[in-house]
Write a protein that binds this ligand. Structure first.
Ligand code: SF4
Length: 441
């Protein structure tokens, strides 16, 4: 690939969420997953619960998640019954080992697609099985147009501490063209209710580089977000993974071709937009917490779910196609509605594929994920893995240092600001050779 091609937003993933890559996870490792969940936990390991709610009002054109836009109330009931059943099966596994949940995350899809009554029913049933009264954080992802005041009130009563609002952009034309279902006024209304109700953390998600984006509008998005003053802001750079509407349009030829899908800004522009946003937020009382996130310096800065994942915690990933990590084994549930519902109807864990992670891979995984914070502490890895990362990964660090992305320090490493803006593209430097060129799906 030429340097110029590398800088255009082509097809494929940029964001690296895990290691080893998902394409290495296979059904033939399921016996390892079953053995792992039937062992007691490693002492001191926190336990979390992720719940996938796979419904959305419309499919965003850049979305590659397992979501459904055609399900009715009866389907929702079928699904939530299956989800409760799955959590019940998980709660009886030896891996729980008497632990209480440290964190809970409702993701999607659109968890806020469910009505207040559906949410109350679901959450009360879940809490009767695996209570989250001791959890340090309960996150709930919301699409602004699906929120009403009483729904937010219900979430507050049921113990949600962190609301994540999928704003992505404020401009009506951009929202509409990219397939978002919400309107700008719904963002302001939902945010106002959430603040009045006193949620302890409100995050706003933005995407740099939606189709139709330009400098003036991006500056406007940053300004409007600053006016709302959320506790944290997460900014993703638009990518074009396979299986999205945009990427399919991009691959069309002849009369069918829709060249608009190619109008995603190039990577240098998107990095400039993120840098601009970070600079603005930092000038207004925020600090950088990772390559994607700024947090208010004076507020509750923690993000338990992210930090738990990046430090090797256990997590049940429940719901169709969900990802989890249990006793050193990566697991993913079956990825079709039918298979998921059927497995639970038979009283089986709905596991679809897995990968046991060896000690070297655990070290690589934590190191690359924590590198997304911009710095690594050698002592942490020395005490957890008995390895000196500055020796173990010396060649990779030196390469990134020579290219200007990283600096080696007496007690670890830190990224340069430019390195932080594009860290995902450098992480494969540290992959084992057999995983270095894998597609990230
Ligand atoms: S709201 Fe989120 S999960 Fe739903 S289609 Fe859009 S990007 Fe995908």
């Amino acid at each position: 690939m030429t340097a110029a091609e590398q800088e255009t937003t082509g097809l494929g993933n940029y964001f690296i969420a895990n290691y080893p890559p998902f394409s290495a996870w296979k059904p033939n490792f399921l016996p390892d997953a079953l053995a792992a969940v039937n062992r007691p936990p490693v002492p001191g390991t926190p336990l979390g619960l992720y719940l996938h709610i796979p419904f959305c009002r419309k499919r965003c054109k850049f979305c590659y998640f397992r979501v459904y836009t055609d399900k009715n109330a009866r389907d929702v009931e079928t699904y939530t019954d299956a989800l409760v059943k799955e959590v019940e099966l998980c709660s009886r596994l030896p891996i729980v080992g008497g632990r209480k949940l440290d964190y809970v995350y409702f993701g999607g899809g659109t968890p806020s697609y469910l009505s207040a009554n559906q949410l109350r029913d679901l959450m009360q049933r879940l809490q009767a099985i695996l209570p989250w009264d001791a959890a340090r954080e309960v996150t709930f992802e919301c699409e602004p147009g699906t929120l009403q005041q009483h729904k937010l009130q219900t979430l507050r009563e049921l113990g949600v501490t962190r609301l994540s609002l999928g704003v992505e952009n404020f401009k009506p034309e951009i929202l509409q063209y990219n397939g978002r279902a919400h309107l700008e006024e719904e963002i302001h209304r939902a945010y106002g209710w959430a603040r009045e109700l006193g949620f302890s953390q409100i995050n706003i998600d933005l995407i740099a580089g939606m189709v139709g984006e330009d400098w003036d509008n991006w500056k406007d998005c940053v300004r409007k977000t600053l006016t709302l003053a959320p506790d944290s802001v997460t900014i993703y750079q638009m990518e074009l993974p396979y299986n999205t509407t945009f990427s399919k349009e991009l691959q069309m030829v002849g009369e069918e071709a829709k060249p608009d899908a190619t109008k995603v800004a190039d990577w240098p522009t998107k990095r400039e937009w993120v840098k601009y946003a970070f600079d603005q937020f930092c000038a207004n009382g925020y600090e950088i917490s990772s390559a994607y996130t700024v947090v208010k310096s004076t507020g509750n800065k923690r993000f338990v779910y992210r930090d738990a994942l990046w430090h090797g915690a256990d997590m049940f990933g429940t719901g169709v196609a969900s990802f989890g990590h249990l006793n050193g084994v990566h697991v993913q549930n079956v990825d079709t509605w039918e298979a998921y519902i059927e497995k639970l109807a038979m009283g089986e864990l709905p596991l679809g594929r897995a990968l046991p992670v060896n000690d070297k891979q655990k070290l690589i995984r934590e190191m690359i994920l924590q590198l997304k914070t911009g710095h690594l502490e050698r002592d942490y890895f020395q005490s957890k893995f008995g390895k000196d990362i500055t020796r173990e990964f010396e060649a990779g660090y030196k390469k990134l240092e020579s290219e200007g992305w990283l600096r080696m320090k007496p007690n670890g490493v830190e990224l340069t600001p430019a390195g932080l803006m594009q860290i995902d593209r450098h992480l494969p430097t540290f992959f084992e050779p057999e995983h270095a060129s894998k597609r990230y799906t």
